[in-house]
Design a protein around this ligand. Structure first.
Ligand code: SAM
Length: 242
């Protein structure tokens, strides 16, 4: 697969576009690409385009946009991850796994055991958006998950409905591999490093969330999305070759 680049601009076949922002710097200085190099470009609106570096200039790169491929490599199920905010690198790992596993929506949640100061989270959504786009570049996904605004845990519960609502909790719960799973939207809650509080688990259950467990070993908050979403996508056709 040719190197893929997310370009936040309108893209049309048989046109030449000029990029002069950080992408141009990355193409020119970091990757040292040269004119004539074939790449793939996408803008998150669906599909991707074959493209070729037309010219490398001092502060800009010209790209000739070629044929369009409508394939998004998306997962069929509508999975919405309620991801409690965790420390910086761990959060980035969790976002990467969630994106690579094809979730549709990600809502960063402020929970009782939040181990990060809210002050440091100001504008963190911009970094998270970059991480998600980077995972799309790496994985081949052309429709990035929607990154919702950071939300209080209790407010998020009110935004959910339907039969497929699960809270991942080590101490209790169903086996996600065998529990009934319809084709309605899926909501999955994953806790922070310190886990959910008893009150949060109680409120989630009262809202209709069912606890699911991955057994007696505790996974890092950064790694739990990979396993839980892997099981859900595996059951709902998200790991099939399209
Ligand atoms: N001491 C915390 C507890 O007991 O909940 C550990 C939290 S764990 C580091 C972070 C999150 O990952 C948990 O809140 C849960 O959502 C998920 N998780 C980790 N291990 C799990 C397991 N074995 N079963 C279900 N969820 C798990």
């Amino acid at each position: 697969m040719a190197s893929r680049f997310f370009l936040d601009v309108p893209l049309h076949s048989d046109t030449v576009i000029t990029v002069s922002d950080s992408v141009a710097h990355y193409l020119r200085t970091v990757l040292r690409l040269t004119a004539g190099t074939d790449i793939t470009v996408f803008n998150g609106q669906g599909g991707e385009f074959r493209a070729t570096i037309e010219a490398i200039r001092k502060h800009a790169v010209e790209i000739r946009v070629g044929s369009f491929n409508p394939d998004n490599r998306s997962a069929p199920a509508d999975v919405h991850l309620g991801l409690c905010v965790i420390k910086r690198e761990a959060m980035e790992t969790a976002l990467q796994l969630a994106t690579e596993l094809g979730v549709r929506r990600i809502t960063p949640l402020v929970s009782e055991h939040l181990a990060v100061s809210l002050k440091t989270l100001r504008n963190r959504d911009q970094l998270w958006q970059q991480v998600i786009r980077g995972s799309c570049e790496q994985s081949g996904l052309n429709l990035p998950p929607v990154l919702e605004p950071m939300t209080d845990f209790s407010d998020f519960l009110k935004q959910t409905d339907g039969p497929n609502r699960f809270i991942a909790h080590p101490d209790q719960g169903l086996n996600l591999i065998t529990t009934p799973l319809s084709d309605a939207p899926v909501y999955l809650l994953i806790g922070p490093e310190g886990g959910f509080s008893d009150a949060e688990v109680k409120a989630a259950r009262q809202t209709g969330f069912r606890p699911v467990s991955l057994g007696p070993r505790i996974l890092r908050a950064a790694h739990a999305p990979g396993v839980l979403l892997g099981i859900i996508q595996g059951r709902l056709g998200g790991l099939n070759q399209t």
